[in-house]
Design a protein. Structure first.
Length: 120
């Protein structure tokens, strides 16, 4: 039996994120290997705008320009500490400062910013 969740009343999910460097050490080694495969599978093209949902420390976001000349990459995540780590890693102007997700699947993007591709 499944129970419907009302996103307006459901509590935000809680993830104990404390250190971007520790997360990168644990998860980054896998992300480095998987990012090129995911990008190839997604069919990234020059000029694409990308929304990286659940970007963590930005490993996938920073692999995107190696695959195509993307117009912009926006990363969002629930963990501000991961976003801060990701922001410090690149001065590339195509990387739009990450945004902390609040609530359930409420993405901080205007519809007018489409087209973009999502990863999760």
């Amino acid at each position: 039996m499944t129970t419907a969740v009302d996103p307006k009343t459901a509590p935000p999910s809680v993830f104990p994120a404390h250190d971007g460097a520790v997360y990168e050490q644990a998860m980054g080694r896998w992300s480095r290997r998987l990012a090129p495969l995911l990008i190839e599978f997604g069919g990234l093209a020059d000029g694409d705008r990308v929304l990286d949902v659940g970007c963590g420390t930005g490993r996938l976001s920073y692999a995107l320009p190696e695959a195509a000349n993307v117009a912009a990459v926006t990363g969002i995540d629930q963990a501000e500490v991961y976003l801060a780590y990701a922001r410090r890693r690149s001065a590339d102007p195509r990387f739009i400062s990450g945004t902390r997700m609040r609530g359930h699947c409420r993405l901080p993007m205007a519809r007018s910013t489409a087209p973009f591709r999502c990863s999760y």
